[in-house]
Design a protein around this ligand. Structure first.
Ligand code: LLP
Length: 379
């Protein structure tokens, strides 16, 4: 899977695993009649991966005009594209309305009014769902929790009757449904059950107020992956995930559900491959200094995230183990991939793989320190 002569660092994507993961997800999702999966392309916007997802029949969950354009370019039908985000600009809204996307996930009344106005001026209509803040704790890292009252996302459940009535009254708006997302890297299925219960409550409230037009229930994404042991668990427990919803979500006969999966589809399909530039013997520690850093993969620095690291060269040669801090070359103390981990003895020039980097890896890379963005290799 790696080529010792290729310039590092680079990302490598295992498309066979990506296809297989999608197949498993689709098979399990099909147990919920009418359900559809949108690939959250914020997690990985590589065109080859988006094309594979589109060919398998997935839609796209987008959070910028550029993502909407990328999805269309990669063959995702417009009627399977949803567009979310708290700060959509007029230009982005115009692009999405003109393309006739499936749905805007609207985050505020102010945004609803702007979408109506833009669609009206274009002589078109826009389908909308409302992002609701369900105030459900996702039991994940604070920086990737989104469904609590203190987060900036969504509209409070208490305001929904008035908001939906307003939407129904607007001439260029088609009210389609409700949208939720509690957070990312969620591993406790009870959180998805808690979300379903909130959705059931909201549906009862809306119906009691005479609102029966809700067709789509979009529960967002969030299913986590196994960062500790990716080789053992390359595909997440989709059976358990979809069962959590089918057991607890009370869909009305005319309603269908949408899932916006990012990490669970592509996270295990990507690796960041680097070389060790130096091994440094500190006073108390040994450092393996890589040619990749937080500019290439920021998750450890930003979320204290764990990614499994292996010394490909050392493992191939069957070297004895030693303990290292694995760090990057950037002038920041947080440029550390992991501390005190056991690797087969590291030597200058060894190829080092950082695993489970297919989601929120390359897409969050930066050019800080005037570094080059890492290329993406498709396997
Ligand atoms: N839907 C909405 C509305 C979202 O905000 C997100 C992710 C998703 C779907 C996809 O979630 P997933 O299935 O991938 O968990 N950069 C962070 C993760 C940020 C997630 C943002 N929203 C990380 O590296 O962990």
């Amino acid at each position: 899977m790696t080529d010792a002569n290729r310039e590092t660092p680079y990302y490598i994507y295992d498309t066979a695993l990506f296809r297989h993961t999608i197949d498993v997800a689709l098979k399990e999702a099909s147990k919920i009649p009418g359900s559809q999966i949108r690939f959250a392309i914020k997690s990985n916007n590589n065109s080859t991966l988006i094309r594979i997802a589109a060919e398998a029949g997935l839609g796209a969950d987008c959070v910028s005009g550029a993502e909407v354009a990328r999805a269309i370019e990669c063959g995702v039908p417009a009627d399977k594209i949803v567009f979310a985000g708290v700060g959509k600009t007029d230009k982005e809204i115009t692009l999405a309305v003109k393309n006739g996307i499936e749905c805007f996930n609207i985050e505020s009344v102010a945004e609803l009014e702007v979408v109506n106005e833009i669609a009206l001026n274009l002589g078109m209509t826009a389908n909308v769902a409302f992002r609701i803040n369900p105030n459900v704790d996702a039991h994940t890292h604070a920086n990737i929790t989104t469904g609590l009252n203190e987060n900036k996302f969504g509209i409070s459940m208490d305001d929904m009757v008035d908001v939906v009535k307003r939407a129904i009254a607007l001439p260029a708006i088609n009210y389609k449904g409700l949208h939720f997302h509690i957070g990312s890297q969620v591993l406790e299925f009870s959180c998805f059950k808690a979300l379903s219960e909130r959705i059931n409550q909201l549906q009862d409230q809306l119906e009691a107020a005479g609102i029966t037009e809700t067709e789509i229930i979009n529960v967002g994404g969030g299913l986590g992956i196994d960062y500790q042991d990716p080789d053992q668990n390359p595909v997440p427990d989709f059976a358990g995930y979809f069962a959590a919803y089918s057991d607890s979500l009370k869909l009305r006969p005319h309603q269908t559900v949408r899932f916006e999966l990012g990490r669970s589809l592509c996270g295990q399909c990507g690796c960041l491959i680097s070389k060790c530039v130096y091994v440094k013997e500190g006073k108390t520690k040994k450092f393996a200094i890589l040619d990749s850093g937080m500019t290439d993969l920021i998750r450890p620095a930003l979320y204290d995230a764990h990614h499994k690291i292996v010394n490909l060269t050392g493992d191939a040669e069957g070297r004895a183990k030693a303990v290292y801090d694995v760090v990057g070359p950037i002038c920041e103390s947080s440029d550390v991939f992991d501390k005190d981990i056991e690797l087969s003895e590291v030597k200058r020039g060894d190829l080092i793989a950082i695993k489970s980097a297919g989601a929120y890896g390359r897409v969050m890379a930066s050019e800080y320190n005037l570094r080059t963005l890492p290329p993406e290799i498709i396997k």
